[in-house]
Design a protein around this ligand. Structure first.
Ligand SMILES: Cc1cc2nc3c(=O)[nH]c(=O)nc-3n(C[C@H](O)[C@H](O)[C@H](O)COP(=O)(O)OP(=O)(O)OC[C@H]3O[C@@H](n4cnc5c(N)ncnc54)[C@H](O)[C@@H]3O)c2cc1C
Length: 416
């Protein structure tokens, strides 16, 4: 089959690879100069499958109230954010109720755990390297009550396949001595030994090369401008340079698919949750973490990519502006220095910002549409790198006409 993949982030490239591996003739279009140049560029690097709790959960309303008075809250929105945001936010809050949150947790773990397994398969098949750390992910808590609530959720998550362990403060430090700066202040941690981290951009670039070896054609520097429908299918895809036809079209444009689908009568409920990172050279390896850490109180992740250390996180709901905000990135570097003193060279911080494509239930939109040859693989929000390999495989199965290995029909656009 001739398949057109729109978008060359980690989700689009993984889709293209899985489709090419299944024997399809794939063309991928992206407006940037190469793969993974937008949200997939400098993210937290975590494959946090065992810890993949949706952002929409019953703790959020309480946390939002707690953050209201803070100077630098992990979540922030503008009062004049616009009706798009408020509509999205109301649906998001609806998903924080206990019942939808429990259903969403099951769905998140189902696809994330499957994805981690598929990612290992891709590594074995291709041999690609991307600063992989297979030392698990440690999620640390300073507040006792927050840790107690996390331990309760751990039981439910383990019943769904997570394999998490709860560690007290001392056991946390024994496992990760680089956390010495918070000795005596930690309530505990959840450890997910099978989770991983790595450089998502390096992965995306190298997997694109593998897809190219399998025959995928990459069209960079081309902006998709319209999808032209006819007789219930997408007849043509128009870019600023060319026109394309295909047996199947996959939309993986991160935050930017909405305007292309609206003329077709489809509404993508995706809103950008801007996040930030800083990447610094490691100065003292012994002071740097030897596994990826999530600091639950600060809503930050720290990942080590060989001789680089990155801090990433926070969420700002201010529309589609992806400008780097130097003050926020400087605060990230300060948080890194506070947690891992002397670990990284603070004078060489490289700042970055990206837009997470977030749906109200904070899960991806994956599957067919009312247009017979149009498929969606988008809206992965906080877990795009974690869920990319599983989503890509499911998408390839659906297009090939094979039954996916896991249940996937509850990830469609029709759930909204
Ligand atoms: C601070 C931060 C930390 C994060 N940490 C993690 C983490 O630790 N683990 C994790 O799993 N996830 C993490 N994420 C989320 C993850 O990075 C995203 O979910 C993922 O990158 C989304 O990938 P994507 O391919 O859907 O989107 P993108 O990477 O944005 O790709 C979309 C592509 O579409 C192209 N495009 C858009 N419009 C057009 C058009 N009209 N024509 C042509 N091309 C177009 C863009 O150029 C882009 O390449 C983090 C995100 C942020 C911001």
């Amino acid at each position: 089959m001739k398949v057109l993949v729109l978008g060359g982030g980690v989700v689009g490239v993984t889709s293209a690879y899985c489709l090419a591996r299944a024997g399809h003739g794939v063309t991928l279009i992206d407006r940037q100069a190469g793969p993974g140049e937008e949200t997939s560029f400098a993210n937290g690097g975590q494959i946090s499958a065992g810890l993949a709790e949706p952002w929409a959960n019953p703790e959020v309303p309480r946390q939002l109230l707690q953050w209201l008075g803070q100077k630098n809250p992990p979540f922030r929105f503008r009062l004049r954010a616009g009706t798009d945001f408020y509509g999205w936010a109301l649906r998001f809050l609806g998903q924080c109720a206990a019942r939808p949150a429990a259903q969403n947790l099951e769905r998140a773990l189902r696809i994330a755990l499957y994805s981690r397994q598929q990612l290992r398969g891709i590594r074995e098949a291709t041999g690609i390297t991307y600063a992989l750390q297979e030392t698990g992910i440690l999620k640390i808590y300073r507040e006792t009550r927050a840790f107690d609530r996390a331990r309760k959720r751990m039981a439910a998550m383990n019943a769904l396949g997570s394999n998490l362990r709860a560690l007290d403060g001392d056991a946390t430090l024994a496992l990760e001595p680089s956390l010495a700066s918070v000795a005596g202040k930690l309530a505990g941690s959840l450890y997910s030994p099978e989770d991983e981290s790595g450089d998502a951009h390096e992965f995306t670039v190298k997997l694109a090369a593998e897809a190219s070896r399998l025959g995928t054609v990459f069209k960079f520097h081309q902006t998709v401008e319209a999808l032209v429908p006819a007789r219930g299918r997408i007849e043509r895809v128009i870019t600023d340079r060319e026109e394309f036809t295909a047996d199947a079209v996959v939309l993986s444009l991160g935050c930017h698919g909405g305007p292309l689908l609206r003329p077709l009568g489809l509404r993508l409920p995706i809103y950008p949750a801007k996040g930030f990172s800083v990447t610094l050279p490691v100065r003292n390896a012994a002071a740097a973490p030897s596994r990826s850490i999530t600091d639950e109180d600060q809503k930050l992740v720290f990942s080590r990519f060989g001789d680089r250390l990155r801090a990433a996180g926070w969420a700002v709901f201010t529309g589609y502006d992806s400008q780097i905000e130097p003050a926020r990135c400087a605060s990230l570097a300060t948080e890194m220095e506070a947690l891992f003193p002397g670990a990284a060279d603070q004078s060489q911080a490289v700042p970055w910002a990206g837009l997470r494509p977030l749906t109200p239930d904070t899960l991806p939109i994956l599957g067919p549409t009312p247009f017979s040859n149009l498929f969606l693989n988008t809206g992965h929000g906080t877990y795009g790198w974690t869920m990319a390999a599983g989503s890509g495989q499911i998408l390839a199965d659906l297009i090939t006409g094979q039954r996916p290995c896991i249940k996937q029909d509850d990830f469609g656009l029709d759930r909204f």
